[in-house]
Design a protein around this ligand. Structure first.
Ligand code: AMP
Length: 221
């Protein structure tokens, strides 16, 4: 099975939810750069203070900050990972491919969701303060996390306000969408319809991962 997996997609396309599912099923650690940054903000670290200026406006955090964070995390998890939210710019993708020591991805899952559906999701999205589980007010109306054994408080992210979302989506279109082409040219991109329900999206991702695994078995034999 592929062990180095990137999830690429616009805000609210389900990257975090699917990263968790992949991680659980295949025993891989997940790096959610947005979650790490929110944790740094909550902890009041220098990184958090600097990052918050960008995040609150819906802007991407500068590449150098993210790259240092990812290089540090990846050193401790080199055997395999699921990246949720990295890389997000061409510079970050090149950083991986350069002498950062980070393994290149085996597969890049590209989640496609129309913007109208993203706006609908953003409005109702809630996240757990303790375990980062993401849910929405349509499927879960209570104030606390739906995960068994977690009683964390659910909150609406500041940057999920519609104005902030529009800035994030614009950043995504300009800076991240070109990475689809990059990874397509490398033969690593698998496009998935992310507008389906989470289980159907996961089934499609699993099929894509299995296909990559059987293709590489065939190349070996
Ligand atoms: P997310 O939780 O993935 O939606 O990320 C929340 C915010 O964190 C983004 O809107 C960015 O401001 C910042 N962020 C997360 N990952 C990156 C990244 N790879 N590059 C730049 N900014 C990032």
């Amino acid at each position: 099975m592929p062990r180095h997996i990137i999830l690429l997609g616009p805000p609210a396309s389900g990257k975090g939810t699917q990263a968790k599912r992949i991680a659980k099923k295949f025993g891989l650690p997940t790096l959610g750069t947005g979650n790490l940054l929110r944790q740094a903000i909550e902890d009041g670290t220098d990184l958090g203070t600097e990052a918050s200026h960008y995040i609150n406006k819906g802007l991407y955090v500068p590449d150098e900050l993210i790259e240092a964070l990812v290089a540090d995390w990846t050193m401790r998890h080199s055997a395999g990972w699921v990246f949720d939210g990295f890389p997000r710019t061409r510079a970050q993708a090149d950083f991986m491919g350069g002498d950062s020591g980070i393994t290149e991805p085996d597969i890049v899952i590209g989640l496609e969701v129309p913007v109208g559906e993203l706006e609908r999701r953003i409005d109702s999205r809630r996240q757990c303060r303790d375990c980062d589980t993401v849910t929405n007010t349509f499927v879960h109306s209570g104030p606390s996390c739906p995960e068994p054994q977690c009683n964390g408080v659910l909150y609406a992210r500041n940057d999920d306000a519609i104005d902030s979302f529009r800035v994030r989506y614009q950043q995504y279109q300009t800076l991240t969408a070109p990475l689809f082409e990059l990874y397509r040219n490398q033969g690593k991109l698998s496009l998935i319809n992310g507008a389906q329900d989470p289980q159907s999206v996961f089934n499609d991702i699993e099929a894509a991962l299995e296909k990559i695994a059987s293709d590489s078995d065939r190349q070996v034999s």
